[in-house]
Design a protein around this ligand. Structure first.
Ligand code: SAM
Length: 241
């Protein structure tokens, strides 16, 4: 399958992304651990370390999937969380997982698109998106939306794959992404294409500096980033002032 997203109409990209996550929803958590060797957990913890959840703050976690960020936020003492994801399957898996762990009435699950968020202006003290912005068709529209729903004085953070900063890593990283990942996708999830899409979407995503500029253009201030694992991932932070 050719996943040349630049050449296909935006509606088609949105439909493909939905298809990818429909097919991976059941396996998502297991595959996440396997493919990242568990490192995604460390990165998500790093997001919390920088975000510093407070009970007085409401969080919107966009593209929240199965609720990893929401759970961490609550465990670290954050206030009510709304998880918003375009894919009802992912949300369903997340809700079941949370119910099995005893449930949490302060977590709300909403199906919605990052590009037109179903929330009023200035509703949340914090907004996050983890490994989600890469999948969004119009990144700039999503950034503007995430700023819109933030309260003035509120903070936005994006955790996403980024550009490795060590050139010696490149061949290892390429081999892992384009050989190991699709292979893992095939043998574990019986879905090679979904995992090839993953590697390609990572390559197409803006690097640290470019994402910084786009956040500024969307109106965020005091934009800064932190690299994780030598830039394989990065956290970007911006404020609505
Ligand atoms: N944030 C979760 C995590 O870190 O484990 C899930 C990340 S998963 C790689 C990407 C998620 O983005 C999927 O659940 C997918 O349904 C969601 N997604 C893709 N496009 C979206 C959009 N336009 N609006 C909202 N969610 C979207």
């Amino acid at each position: 399958t050719d996943f040349g997203f630049e050449e296909v109409p935006v509606e088609e990209k949105a439909a493909r992304v939905r298809g990818v996550f429909d097919s991976v929803a059941r396996n998502y958590d297991r595959m996440n651990d396997l493919m990242s060797l568990g490192i995604h957990r460390v990165w998500k913890d790093a997001l919390m370390d920088w975000l510093l959840p407070r009970p007085s703050q409401r969080l919107l976690d966009v593209a929240g999937g199965t609720g990893d960020i929401a759970q961490r936020w609550r465990r670290r003492g954050g206030g009510p969380v709304t998880v918003c994801d375009i894919n009802a399957e992912m949300i369903g898996v997340g809700r079941d997982r949370l119910d099995k762990a005893g449930g949490d009435p302060t977590v709300t699950w909403t199906v919605g698109n990052a590009e037109c968020l179903p929330f009023d202006d200035r509703s949340f003290e914090r907004v996050t998106i983890a490994f989600g912005l890469r999948n969004v068709t119009r990144i700039d529209a999503a950034l503007a939306e995430m700023r819109r729903v933030l309260k003035p004085g509120g903070r936005f953070m994006c955790l996403e794959f980024s550009r490795p900063t060590q050139p010696w890593l490149d061949p290892v990283y390429d081999a892992y992404s384009f050989r190991v990942l699709p292979w893992l996708g095939r043998v574990v999830a019986d879905d090679e294409d979904a995992y090839r899409y993953l590697a390609e979407s990572i390559r197409r995503f803006p690097d640290q500096q470019n994402l910084t500029e786009r956040m500024r253009r969307a109106g965020f201030e005091k934009v800064a980033w932190r690299n994780l694992s030598a830039g394989i991932a990065a956290i970007h932070s911006g404020w609505r002032l």
